[in-house]
Design a protein around this ligand. Structure first.
Ligand SMILES: Cc1ncc(COP(=O)(O)O)c(C=O)c1O
Length: 392
């Protein structure tokens, strides 16, 4: 049977996280494993009203085939928001609506990568990007990320001695580590890439979810001609609509549109219309602030319990936003073993291993704080601390 599969799909790692999520179906398990936005903040009534509005207005147009580039008014909304929030000048023609930013990753792989092309990837890095790009069979060049961003010395070395075509980054509250690149680190990265042919892929699904500190400069400002941006409505409205976007300079955009047409002609017109109605009739900033307040409280609750219960030899990141933090156990302690013990105590997390393309640090783990309330977080971290103490 194996012989029927393409080499391309055989090489792609399975999502270990999907496996873990099965355990979390048991309601008595406290889960820090998922990467899901908190469903309590889905604007259900507002989306119901927006849907009714779509049916009452131009619904025959909505049910017709649409433009591959996406719903024009939605693209204009995204362009305006970049100007308002980040003072970025993004022409509407540089925006392609996709089925979540995850499809953006696939289309970019399709458009830019030949087998064996070199791609710089953060270590640890976003599993979904590792999966999506693996389909195109690149050679990954991992570069470590730490509390203040990327390892610049390693990056300079990798750029100098290879010909990386692409560099993938999540500079704001990275998935999985929760770290953000400092302004200085971003400028360091931009200096290293300036003049090279490497295209920088800035994936920013969490950027608006900042609960402390100031927004940092986008790579699009530092390397305007060489940066592709990925954005998403998944974390600020709902993930189930599968609506995200790619911002790419015009020569790349032309080819991306061909890839989009070949893949699915266009993203669903219906959901784009509903989302646009929602965005027009509601205050997105107010909604985002509600999410930020909750995630900020949950993150602080998790850090407080970590300080109280974890042994001091465990290092944890201190996220400025987003949904995750990252813990590093003492070197001899395996997070997979910890996982086995923690499941028995009805608390789960994601061991660090799937976030590495090679040489995994086996003592690391990702903790999600967006879905459990503050009380559950305290109980879950205390249980986890008991398991860690037994292993040390
Ligand atoms: C860094 C990163 N990029 C992309 C995505 C995919 O998001 P979307 O729902 O827009 O496809 C996620 C989802 O968790 C993510 O964490």
């Amino acid at each position: 049977m194996d012989s029927i599969f393409s080499d391309r799909i055989t090489d792609v790692p399975r999502s270990f996280i999907r496996e873990i999520l099965k355990v979390t179906l048991d309601p008595s398990v406290i889960s820090f494993a998922g990467g899901l936005p908190n469903r309590n903040f889905f604007p259900v009534d507002e989306l119901k009203e927006a849907t009714a509005n779509v049916f009452e207005s131009n619904c025959r147009d909505t049910f017709q085939y649409g433009k591959s580039e996406g719903y024009q008014e939605l693209r204009e909304f995204i362009s305006r928001r970049y100007r308002e929030k980040q003072n970025l000048d993004i022409p509407v023609d540089d925006i392609l609506i996709t089925n979540g930013s995850q499809q953006g990753l696939d289309l970019l792989g399709k458009t830019l990568l030949n087998e064996g092309d070199e791609v710089i990837i953060e270590e640890p890095g976003y599993l979904g990007a590792i999966q999506a790009l693996s389909i195109y069979r690149p050679t990954f060049l991992p570069v470590g990320v730490y509390d203040d961003g990327m390892d610049l010395q390693k990056l300079a070395q990798v750029v100098e001695s290879n010909k990386p075509k692409l560099m993938y980054t999540v500079p704001n509250y990275q998935n999985p580590s929760g770290i953000s690149y400092t302004e200085e680190n971003r400028r360091g990265v931009a200096d290293i890439l300036a003049g090279s042919k490497t295209v920088l892929l800035e994936d920013d699904p969490y950027g608006e979810l900042r609960f402390t500190g100031e927004r940092k400069i986008s790579f699009k400002k530092l390397l305007p001609d060489n940066t592709i941006l990925l954005g998403s409505f998944s974390k600020i409205v709902v993930p189930g609509f599968r609506l995200g976007w790619v911002v790419a300079p015009s020569p790349i955009m032309k080819k991306l549109i061909i890839a989009k047409q070949a893949t699915d002609l266009h993203t669903t017109h219906f959901t784009q219309s509903i989302l646009y109605q929602y965005l027009t009739n509601n205050d997105l900033d107010k909604h985002v602030n509600t999410i930020i307040e909750a995630y900020g409280n949950q993150c602080r609750a998790m850090l407080k319990s970590i300080e109280q219960f974890f042994p001091k030899t465990v290092h944890c990141t201190r996220p400025e936003g987003g949904m995750f933090l990252w813990a590093q156990l003492p070197e001899n302690v395996s997070s997979l073993e910890l996982f086995e013990m923690a499941v028995k105590d009805k608390v789960v997390f994601v061991p660090g291993r799937p976030f590495y393309v090679n040489n995994a640090a086996t003592n690391t783990l990702r903790l999600n704080f967006s879905c459990a309330d503050e009380e559950m977080i305290k109980i879950g971290i205390e249980r986890l601390a008991t398991a860690i103490n037994e292993l040390i």
